[in-house]
Ligand binder design. Structure first.
Ligand code: SF4
Length: 704
């Protein structure tokens, strides 16, 4: 028996990216506590993070490769994966195959999967469940800044005098970041404004809750930019020196939101509340505007992001202490996936297909002459292509689209119809039932690599448990498949450190200083230095020594002319309006104690205790009108599918609206998956689906 040991790693849940110390006792039991030395959380953990030690059992784990539901050896499984993908590509071309990956993957896993699909298969058909999380922010950043850049850091929450939380239940979804904000609020008197159709736990503690009509955010922020111009709060010198397009954006905003009255009517808000918000924003230089899924998960998500950024550009409040627009990501490594190019419209290392020289540059670096030269299929389109036969071989890594994708019933039919489906995952999921080949992937505590949180902070996620059964890390699984497809030299990795060094070298390859994502200073890390890597922000170019903080504060932007771009945006109507048949607006989201489809948090009794079953929240007046009492079993129906849940009367819901948590799936509660109800309607710029505005009807289930 060996002594206890402690390993410093990172939480695998939300985009806050907290540091964790995992202690493995001599008898093998694991306990966790917050890492006091990690800059994101300084030793604190939320309910989910502090229960990590209770999620580590082997119940439900996939421990051996399986072919057609039967145990198989790694060689047989990988040979079959390589053969079927190679045959499909030879017969139908590279765009007939696809990878659907996950923000749960480590950066090294993501890098290898992206390299195989884009570099060597020659298709850009790799997309990620992060498409459902933050793709609209990526698109909005690129439109305004020229690159996908979050300018700020978490300290900005503590240094701001006004924090505006838009579509973000930060108290539940990014709890440690919220606690940091509350801790300094008492000292500084920070004002908090929440813009959210629901009275969430976050809204309950704020100074001003703008409980707006769902989907009217563009109107609210167009009204704000027009107000800033009217009251002389525009930083004209900044706008003139560092931006383009202000006049056009202001002109459209002023036409869209000509008066407070119009904004109040459109947003269904009290005009005095809007005026208070506008006055606070105009008068408070240190203002941070945080946005999350409530903004991103919309058919107009990118325009919403740009409407917010327009207000910060107009006031020159970007990249300086306590000020800036700030997108917070849902997943632990959504940012890492963006770094390596794990979205179908990106190439690699923040290089995109919009730069004509990028494919050749990346192709030279990878020695990959057949590199993809155009964007691939985004998540919703990918499953559409699987359903109509264009995608014939699909590999799903570490995610559960059978219940989490919009129009999930159609996604399940697509998985069933697809000629060849590979699933690599930690546990059996709703999706793994469709796998022709099921591959056992390493879980948190077993895998080793890096993740990047919402403030661009790269942290190590480290293994502290042996690989059980025949489990292997994702980077190994993908590399072995690639080797068998004939790409042995390009995927000859012995450990994740080698992949990270290559990733760092690519970020700086033939980089003439134009790109802000450059971690070339990490190219020469030894294995020991990689192992001991302390959290650091990107960029980290060659020669960097200290901790990089904010970006874009100097007013120079990575666009052709070095200026940021205002985007003229207008308030649009709902992509899916309610009607007589489906009169309620359904919103979906997270609970405090659960993560995604509950494959881990669902194992922990104390995390299940607060909400043991799915409940749809309804305004009490609506519930009474429908003859529904608190606790009744109800049926929720949309044009795409149905779900069942208990009814919960909630005065925090606006009239005509309902809320259903996203977490429950067939594994935990049959027919309760929110994804089954959602529509495959996407934002035209980001491809992110509309998950916050689904017309439904709700009725009481008959008592048998
Ligand atoms: Fe994990 Fe997020 Fe909680 Fe931190 S705030 S412990 S990263 S779930």
């Amino acid at each position: 028996m060996t002594d206890a040991r402690e390993v410093r790693t990172a939480c695998p849940y939300c985009g806050v990216g907290c540091g964790v110390q995992a202690r493995v006792a001599a008898d093998g039991t694991v306990s966790v506590r917050g890492d006091p030395g990690h800059p994101a959380n300084s030793g604190k953990l939320c309910s989910k993070g502090s229960a990590l030690g209770e999620t580590l059992g082997l119940d439900g784990r996939v421990l051996h490769p399986e072919i057609a539901g039967r145990r198989a050896g790694w060689d047989a499984a990988l040979d079959l994966v390589a053969r079927r993908f190679s045959e499909t590509i030879a017969r139908h071309g590279p765009d007939s195959v696809a990878f659907y990956v996950s923000g749960q993957l480590l950066t090294e896993d993501y890098y290898v999967a992206n390299k195989l699909m884009k570099g060597f298969i020659g298709s850009a058909n790799i997309d990620t469940n992060s498409r459902l999380c933050m793709a609209s922010s990526v698109a909005g950043h690129k439109r305004a800044f020229g690159e996908d850049i979050v300018p700020g850091v978490y300290e900005d929450f503590e240094q701001a005098d006004l924090v505006v939380l838009v579509g973000s239940n930060t108290a539940w979804c990014h709890p440690i970041l919220y606690q940091r904000l509350l801790a300094t609020r008492a000292e500084r008197g920070t004002k908090i404004v929440v813009v959210d159709p629901r009275r969430t736990a976050t809204a309950a503690e704020c100074d001003l809750h703008l409980q707006l009509k769902p989907g009217t955010d563009v109107m609210l922020f167009n009204g704000l930019v027009a107000h800033l111009a009217r009251c002389g709060a525009v930083d004209s010198a900044y706008v003139a020196a560092h931006t383009t397009g202000f006049d056009a954006a202001l002109s459209l905003a002023a036409a869209d939101a000509p008066s407070l009255k119009r904004v109040a009517e459109t947003c269904d808000l009290d005009a005095a509340d809007i005026a208070a918000f506008y006055d606070w924003f105009a008068a408070t230089e240190r203002t941070v505007t945080v946005y999350s899924q409530g903004v991103n998960q919309s058919a107009h998500g990118t325009d919403k992001v740009n409407a917010i950024i327009n207000c910060h550009l107009a006031t020159g409040r970007i990249g300086r202490p306590g000020m800036g627009p700030f997108s917070v990501t849902g997943q632990p490594n959504a940012m890492g996936g963006r770094e390596v190019g794990g979205l179908a419209n990106q190439l690699a290392a923040h290089m995109g297909f919009d730069d004509p020289s990028a494919p050749d540059r990346v192709g030279r670096f990878w020695h990959a002459p057949d590199i993809a030269r155009r964007p691939g299929l985004k998540a919703v389109d990918m499953f559409e292509a699987a359903s109509d036969g264009r995608i014939k071989a699909l590999w799903v890594m570490g995610t559960n689209p059978a219940v989490s994708m919009p129009d999930a019933g159609k996604v399940r039919a697509a998985l069933k119809a697809c000629d060849f489906v590979v699933v690599s995952d930690v546990t059996r999921t709703d999706t793994s039932h469709f796998a022709d080949v099921l591959l056992p992937a390493a879980a948190w505590g077993e895998k080793d690599g890096t993740v990047t949180n919402s403030e661009r902070l790269i942290s190590r996620q480290k293994s502290f448990l042996p690989l059980p059964g025949e489990v292997r890390p994702d980077w190994w699984i993908v590399s072995e498949a690639a080797r068998r497809m004939g790409f042995a030299e390009a995927f000859d990795y012995a450990e994740p450190a080698a992949i990270f060094r290559e990733h760092a070298a690519l970020s700086a390859f033939e980089n003439e200083g134009a790109r802000l994502f450059d971690i070339g200073g990490l190219t020469d890390l030894t294995d020991a230095e990689y192992d001991a890597l302390a959290p650091l922000h990107w960029p980290f170019p060659a020669g960097a020594t200290g901790r990089t903080q904010r970006l874009l504060g100097d007013g120079r932007f990575p666009t052709a002319d070095g200026r940021a771009r205002f985007l003229p945006v207008r308030q649009e109507g709902a992509a899916l309006p309610v009607d007589a048949a489906y009169p309620l607006v359904l919103n979906t989201g997270r609970l405090r104690d659960q993560w995604h489809t509950m494959t881990r948090t669902g194992r922990v009794p104390r995390l299940m205790a607060n909400a043991p079953e799915p409940a749809v929240e309804l305004n009490p007046v609506d519930a009474a009108a429908l003859g529904i009492a608190d606790g009744d079993l109800v049926r929720i129906e949309s044009r795409y599918g149905g779900a069942r849940a208990k009814a919960a009367a909630s005065p925090g819901q606006r009239r005509g609206e309902a809320f259903l948590p996203m977490h429950w799936s067939g594994r935990f509660a049959a027919n309760s998956a929110a994804g089954s109800l959602s529509a495959p309607i996407t934002d035209p710029f980001s491809g992110q689906p509309e998950l916050k505005h689904v017309p439904v009807r709700i009725s009481r289930e008959p008592v048998l």
